[in-house]
Design a protein around this ligand. Structure first.
Ligand code: DO4
Ligand code: MG
Length: 278
């Protein structure tokens, strides 16, 4: 089932029907270990609403409340090779090679909740970057008890030239206004997401497709549980958190985003997150 946050309501989509969750507080719901069961309890005839998905998608907010957004890096082979290339002149390449093989993953802080933008909102490229890309990432919703309770689509906007110049510039390459997008909903399952789930990204420029790529969750080198275990090893998240799980799709080195590009990221079973570059 899918959970949507809108300006006026909390809505569940289940078996092609929509249900409103009266009095539900979105921020409290998305901390619950029993989220699937709780949402199912709203899927009864008295809460059913006539809803049009297209209309709903025009009203959705980012599916987040107060949670921090963290990110894992170099979890796909494609990410490792792209970073090694972009950092070769700075002598930073071996860091990516080593972290790909190491037991400890790369984890970094991506965004506060207030800086996250949602479906159909604007993302940004930094004014001081001339080589920026979107990173389409399966994003986990994790409860305060370290349980993966949902999945959403994430865009980890990145300034490749700034990180490539020096890996110590990672926080500037990754965290700035308009750098994190999540949405359009949270997929809540009874069982873990299938490894064969496809992640796809299309970038349109003036009605032309300028990039298209796909990958699958099974191409992540690490288990999702091990990423969560490292993130929670020495940190508490009293309201839970979101974790972007890394990108397996990186456009070739000649590609950089431009203002007005439209980025569409689709993850099977979750939906499509669309953002335009400001
Ligand atoms: O090491 C830099 C960031 C990597 C990343 O964001 C990714 O692999 O998705
Ligand atoms: Mg990333």
């Amino acid at each position: 089932m899918k959970l949507y946050k809108t300006k006026t309501a909390v809505v569940v989509e289940f078996e092609d029907e929509f249900y409103e969750c009266p009095k539900a507080v979105f921020g409290a719901l998305i901390q619950r270990d029993d989220l699937f069961k709780t949402l199912l309890s709203y899927c009864v005839p008295e809460h059913r609403i006539d809803n049009d998905l297209e209309v709903l998608l025009k009203q959705v907010l980012p599916p987040i409340d107060q949670q921090e957004v963290w990110a894992a890096g170099v979890t796909y082979y494609r990410s490792k090779t792209a970073r090694m290339e972009e950092s070769k002149d700075s002598g930073g390449s071996s860091f990516y090679d080593r972290v790909y093989e190491a037991a400890r993953p790369e984890l970094f802080f991506k965004s506060t909740a207030a800086r996250v933008v949602g479906h159909q909102a604007l993302v940004r490229i930094r004014k001081d970057s001339h080589w920026s890309v979107p990173e389409p990432e399966l994003t986990l919703l994790i409860s305060p008890n370290k349980k993966i309770i949902g999945y959403t689509v994430g865009n980890d906007m990145s300034a490749r030239d700034i990180e490539g110049e020096n890996p110590l510039y990672l926080p500037q390459a990754k965290s700035y206004t308009g750098a994190a997008a999540l949405g359009p909903c949270v997929l809540v399952l009874e069982q873990p997401i299938s490894k064969t789930t496809q992640i796809a990204m299309i970038i349109h420029r003036n009605e032309t497709t300028v990039f298209e790529g796909t990958t699958k969750v099974e191409n992540i080198k690490r288990s999702l549980e091990s990423l969560v275990a490292y993130l929670f090893a020495e940190m508490e998240f009293p309201q839970g958190c979101f974790l972007m799980t890394g990108t397996g799709i990186v456009p070739d080195d000649t590609f950089t985003l431009q203002s007005q590009d439209r980025i569409e990221i689709t993850i099977d079973g979750i939906g499509t997150l669309i953002n335009t570059v400001a």
